[in-house]
Design a protein around this ligand. Structure first.
Ligand SMILES: NC(=O)c1ccc[n+]([C@@H]2O[C@H](COP(=O)([O-])OP(=O)(O)OC[C@H]3O[C@@H](n4cnc5c(N)ncnc54)[C@H](OP(=O)(O)O)[C@@H]3O)[C@@H](O)[C@H]2O)c1
Length: 278
């Protein structure tokens, strides 16, 4: 299987490159091909001629997207369309990374793949609109929605908590947003399986279980053996430019139907901490 990864220098991209093993992987960054440039995307695709394209590249700064709306849509929606158009031209299969932020967070039970999109942030809208455009262009493309990524390849929540906890006696963390933390190593493994199984349509891919950011931070501090006190606060108190869904747990049913299981997030956190300390 020949694979091209857009966004290979990112948190997930690095894990994908590590997981793919002996299959022929082309690992692209924005310097190799800016997804906003359709010509550059087409050129690189004709050169690599992959069987599968994993589109992990995105403008992922959720608050930055509120300030830089045009850039957010140019990269996350229009860039995705450029990649999909080139994929269609060369007959490659496409897996696109999307987000739990396509939902508004008003549900009280895990979101299924066919629940109605109603994004509340610019970032969420760019992903939701990309999903719609991609499914129009390539109806059997695979859209993998994921959430709350962490890993050793870049900035992430556990890393921030550990750095803050090392220098502060106490931390305030929001306790009114619930989701599923996802270790990029587990996500990358699942993505490889999805490609091997020729998966198509929308699939939800997160570690199993859920928690609030406060509960996640508590577990991180506990597992790291730190004595920092973690206190729950409301999102209102920690106001940020982009609204986040209060509840964005994604149902594992679509992934299970394809025969793929994800480990619990607590187990994933344990392995992340070992990898971080190695
Ligand atoms: N992080 C999360 O919690 C989360 C949650 C749900 C979904 N997702 C989605 O999962 C995917 C992976 O996220 P991540 O956290 O691994 O992302 P990340 O660490 O922010 O990495 C982003 C990647 O996109 C590339 N990129 C940015 N702009 C580009 C452009 N104009 N042209 C080509 N490449 C460009 C970057 O390349 P350079 O290094 O060259 O700039 C980098 O490789 C994204 O699609 C994201 O939206 C993430």
């Amino acid at each position: 299987m020949r694979v091209t990864i857009f966004g290979a220098s990112g948190l997930l991209g690095k894990a994908l490159v590590g997981e793919w093993g002996k299959d022929a992987v082309s690992a692209l960054t924005s310097r190799d091909a800016d997804v906003r440039d359709p010509e550059a995307v087409r050129r690189v695709m004709e050169e690599k001629h992959p069987d599968w394209i994993v589109l992990s590249a995105a403008y992922t700064d959720v608050d930055g997207c509120e300030r830089n709306r045009d850039l957010a849509f140019a990269v996350n929606r229009d860039g995705a369309v450029n990649v999909a158009a080139a994929a269609k031209q060369i007959g490659a299969q496409l897996l696109f990374l999307s987000s739990d932020y396509v939902f508004d967070g008003t549900k009280k039970s895990p979101y299924e793949t066919n629940d109605v999109r109603n994004p509340q942030s610019v970032y969420g809208r760019t992903k939701a609109e990309a999903e719609v455009r991609l499914l129009e262009l390539i109806p059997d493309c695979c859209i993998a929605r994921t959430s709350w990524l962490f890993g050793t390849g870049g900035k992430c929540f556990p890393d921030t908590i550990l750095k803050l906890a090392a220098s502060r006696p106490s931390l305030d963390v929001v306790n009114d947003q619930k989701g599923s933390p996802t270790y990029v190593v587990d996500l990358a493994r699942a993505i490889v399986q999805l490609c091997r199984k020729n998966a198509g349509g929308i699939v939800h891919v997160t570690n199993s279980g859920d928690c609030t950011w406060f509960e996640f931070a508590q577990q991180i501090v506990k597992d790291a053996g730190l004595s920092t006190m973690v206190s729950p606060v409301s999102s209102e108190k920690m106001a940020r430019p982009a609204p986040r869904p209060a509840y964005s747990v994604l149902s594992p049913a679509s992934l299970r139907a394809l025969g793929v299981e994800m480990p619990p997030w607590q187990d994933a956190l344990d392995r992340y901490l070992k990898e971080r300390n190695a």
